[in-house]
Design a protein around this ligand. Structure first.
Ligand SMILES: *Cc1c(COP(=O)(O)O)cnc(C)c1O
Length: 230
């Protein structure tokens, strides 16, 4: 009999995702601890988040500033040591709020946001690490910096004093993501950046094989979200 490849059914969703991360890391000959699991809790209420905190999860992600402001201050007060990541599009007029609440921002993608976040960090005296989001599939309707403009955006972020720690992407829906993950890894390496925020519920193992240091996993942990809710 072969060993089962997938985690057994009696694991919790969190334990199962952790086991799958560890397995992908083993295959890639990487340390599982080198991969940060960000539990994406958007649309889910505090009552759904608390069990994951009790199970030991400390790193969470939201995609809307206002929703995070409503849910997280109370949860953070209950449990010290929570890290909150912003993974969605950020409007420049929310930069102050984002800098105050989040420990990491994944959506830095345009010059106007560099300037707003630079000012917000100066004002708050708080340097929040950021990922530059790249529009890796050159999709018209999608957020993210065009690949050709990444060098200039990185330079302006450096000038503004924003700590850019890596690159982030959301590949096109419905086609094989691996080439896009590989391309993001190459662009990051070309710029001396060693952190990669890539991989979601459907493709985080592939992302880990291609170098992801941060995987953003929502539905595999919390179940499906209502439709049209990001
Ligand atoms: C919602 C979201 C995720 C998580 O997606 P799942 O498919 O539910 O794992 C990851 N990244 C971003 C930017 C998101 O908006």
């Amino acid at each position: 009999m072969n060993e089962p490849v997938f985690p057994s059914a009696d694991l919790t969703p969190l334990a199962s995702v952790r086991e799958r991360i560890a397995q992908a890391a083993r295959i890639a000959q990487r340390k599982p601890e080198a991969i940060e699991l960000i539990a994406i809790s958007k649309t889910h209420p505090a009552a759904a988040i608390r069990p994951l905190i009790e199970e030991g999860q400390r790193v969470f992600g939201e995609n809307r500033v206002q929703e995070a402001q409503e849910k997280w201050p109370a949860l953070i007060e209950e449990t010290p040591g929570i890290a909150l990541h912003l993974v969605g599009q950020l409007q420049s007029n929310k930069a102050d709020d984002a800098v105050a609440l989040f420990d990491c921002i994944h959506g830095l993608d345009r010059p106007s946001l560099v300037s707003a976040l630079g000012k917000a960090m100066d004002k708050a005296g708080r340097q929040v690490p950021c990922f530059v989001q790249v529009n890796i599939g050159a999709e018209e309707q999608k957020g993210g910096c065009p690949i050709a403009e990444v060098p200039e955006l990185l330079a302006s972020a450096r000038t503004a004093g924003i700590p850019v720690i890596g690159l982030m992407c959301v590949p096109p829906v419905g086609i094989e993501p691996a080439p896009f993950f590989a391309l993001l890894a190459k662009i990051a390496a070309d710029h001396g950046l060693d952190q990669l925020s890539m991989g979601m519920s459907g493709d985080f193992e592939t992302a880990i094989l291609l170098g992801a240091t941060h995987v953003r996993v929502g539905s595999a942990l919390f179940g499906a979200r209502p439709p049209f809710n990001g």
